[in-house]
Design a protein around this ligand. Structure first.
Ligand code: ADP
Ligand code: ASP
Ligand code: MG
Length: 419
C-alpha cells in the first residue's frame, strides 16, 4: 500500500446534492482504503455561488458612487463552501471514515487583500499534515482564505482549483486530483464540439494558455501554482466508480518532457468575456499610448489585445484594444476622460466579440500554423478583427455570433478530432 498524501478536489456539480456528496464520500473512502492520507477540497453546490453573487449585486456592491464593499462580497460568497465542507465531513464520518472540516481561516490559508480575486501567500502545513498522517481526512472549504489581518477573502471564480493545488503543494502531496463533470481536459470544450477528444496528457504551459484563454476546466492561477511547484494535476470525472481510477483515467497535467506524442496544436480555447474598445482619429505623436494605458492601469482595468494603425488623414491613428467584458463600461468612462486630455475624435465599444485561440507547444518549431488558422476561418467567412500571438498560441478576435463555427472549423483544421 502506498502511504502517501493525496489532495482530491470536487467541483460544484460533484457536490450538487446529498446523493452526490455521498458519491464523493465513496470516492474519498476508496483512496483512504488504498493507503492515501487524504485532504479534500470542495466547491459550493452548483449554482450557489452565482446566486450569492447576484445577491451582492442587488445589495449594491458594484453600484457607482457607493462605498466599496468588496470585503463584504467575500464574506457572502465564501459561505457556499462552508456548507459542502461540513456535509462531506458528516457523510464521511457516517461511513466510518474519520474526517474534520476546515474553513480557509482555520488552517489558515493566508492571502493578500485583493478581495474577490485574492492570491494565496502562505499555507502553514503543520495542522493539516498532522491530521492527515493520523488518519483523519481533512475536508477543506475551497475558494476562500483570510488576509493577515483576519478578513475573509475569496480567490476569484473557479478558485477552488487553486485552493486544491496550493494545499497539495503545501502538504507535499504526490498529486492533486481535480474531480469535475467532464472526464478530463479535451481538445476543446466538449459542450461546443462533440468531436472533441480527451487528452491523456497536457503540458503545464499548454494548460496555462488554455485556461487563461477561456477553458474554464481549471482556474488559471491553479495551473500557475502547479507549474511553479511541480505538482502533478489530474483532471477526472466524479462519476468514475470508487476505486476504479487507474493511471489511464482522466488527463494528467505535467512537464512537457513527460509527453511522448508530439502535437503541433493541442487545443482550441474561446472566451466570450471580451469587449473591444476602438479609438478613432488619435493624434499620431509619442506619448499617446502611454497616456491611454496608464489611465486604464491606474483603474486596474486589464488590457489584452492591442492594434494600432495609421488613419486615412495624415498625423492621425486609430487604435483598438480589448478588455474584460465586465470592465467595458469603466474603460469607456476612462477613455472619455482621456479624450479631454489628448483629443481623439471618437470612442466606440463593442461587446459582441469573442476571442478564439489555438494552443500548442509544437508551434515553437513549426511554420504555417497561423496561416492554417486564417485559411480555416476565411473558408467559413469569419472576419478577423484583431490578431495576437505568443510563442505557443495564436488568438483572433471575431464577431461573437461566429464563436462556435470558428471553434469547430479550427478543431477540424488541425485534425484534433483524430487525436
Ligand atoms: P467544476 O464545477 O467541477 O469546477 P467547471 O464548470 O468549472 O467545473 O469546469 C468544467 C467545465 O469546463 C466542463 O463542463 C466544460 O464544459 C468546460 N471546459 C471548457 N473547456 C474545456 C476543455 N478544453 N476540456 C474540458 N472541459 C472544458
Ligand atoms: N464556488 C466558487 C465558484 O463558483 C469556486 C469554485 O467552484 O471553484 O466560482
Ligand atoms: Mg471550476
Amino acid at each position: 500500500m502506498v502511504e502517501s498524501r493525496l489532495v482530491m478536489k470536487f467541483g460544484g456539480t460533484s457536490v450538487a446534492d446529498i446523493e452526490r456528496i455521498r458519491r464523493v464520500g465513496r470516492l474519498v473512502e476508496a483512496e483512504v482504503a488504498r493507503g492515501h492520507r487524504v485532504a479534500v477540497v470542495v466547491s459550493a453546490m452548483a449554482g450557489k455561488t452565482n446566486e450569492m453573487v447576484a445577491w451582492t449585486d442587488a445589495a449594491g456592491r458594484a453600484a457607482p458612487g457607493l462605498p466599496e464593499s468588496d470585503d463584504e462580497y467575500d464574506v457572502v460568497v465564501a459561505s457556499g463552501e462552508q456548507v459542502t465542507a461540513g456535509l462531506l465531513a458528516m457523510v464521511l464520518r457516517n461511513m466510518g471514515v474519520p474526517a474534520k472540516s476546515f474553513l480557509g481561516w482555520q488552517i489558515p490559508i493566508i492571502t493578500d487583500d485583493a478581495h474577490g480575486k485574492a492570491r494565496i501567500e502562505d499555507i502553514p502545513p503543520e495542522n493539516l499534515t498532522a491530521l492527515m498522517d493520523a488518519g483523519t481526512v481533512a475536508v477543506i472549504a475551497g475558494f476562500q482564505g483570510r488576509t493577515p489581518e483576519g478578513r475573509i477573502t475569496t480567490l476569484g471564480r473557479g478558485g477552488s482549483d487553486t485552493s486544491a493545488v496550493a494545499i497539495a503543494a503545501a502538504v507535499g502531496a504526490i498529486r492533486c486530483d481535480i474531480y469535475t463533470d467532464v472526464d478530463g481536459v479535451y481538445t476543446t470544450d466538449p459542450r461546443i464540439e462533440k468531436r472533441a477528444k480527451r487528452l491523456a496528457r497536457i503540458s503545464y504551459e499548454e494548460m496555462l494558455e488554455m485556461a487563461s484563454l477561456g477553458a474554464k476546466v481549471l482556474q488559471t492561477r491553479s495551473v500557475e501554482l502547479a507549474m511553479a511547484h511541480r505538482v502533478p494535476v489530474r483532471v477526472l470525472s466524479s462519476f468514475t466508480e470508487p476505486g476504479e481510477a487507474s493511471a489511464d483515467t482522466g488527463t494528467i497535467v505535467c512537464d512537457e518532457e513527460e509527453i511522448m506524442e508530439k502535437r503541433i496544436v493541442s487545443g482550441v480555447a474561446f472566451s466570450r468575456d471580451e469587449a473591444k474598445v476602438t479609438l478613432f482619429g488619435l493624434p499620431d505623436t509619442p506619448g499617446v499610448s502611454s497616456r491611454i494605458f496608464s489611465a486604464l492601469a491606474e483603474a486596474h482595468v486589464n488590457v489584452d489585445m492591442i492594434v494600432q494603425s495609421k488613419a486615412r488623414t495624415a498625423d492621425h491613428a486609430n487604435m483598438a484594444f480589448t478588455v474584460g467584458r465586465r470592465d467595458a463600461d469603466r474603460a469607456l468612462e476612462i477613455m472619455r476622460e482621456v479624450q479631454k486630455d489628448i483629443g481623439f475624435e471618437e470612442v466606440a465599444v463593442d461587446a459582441d466579440v469573442a476571442k478564439v485561440s489555438v494552443v500548442g507547444v509544437g508551434m515553437r518549431s513549426h511554420v504555417g500554423v497561423a496561416q492554417s488558422m486564417f485559411k480555416a476561418l476565411a473558408e467559413k467567412g469569419v472576419n478577423i478583427q484583431v490578431i495576437s500571438t505568443s510563442e505557443i498560441k495564436i488568438s483572433v478576435l471575431i464577431d461573437a455570433a461566429y464563436t462556435e463555427l470558428a471553434v469547430r472549423a479550427l478543431h477540424a483544421a488541425y485534425g484534433l478530432d483524430q487525436v
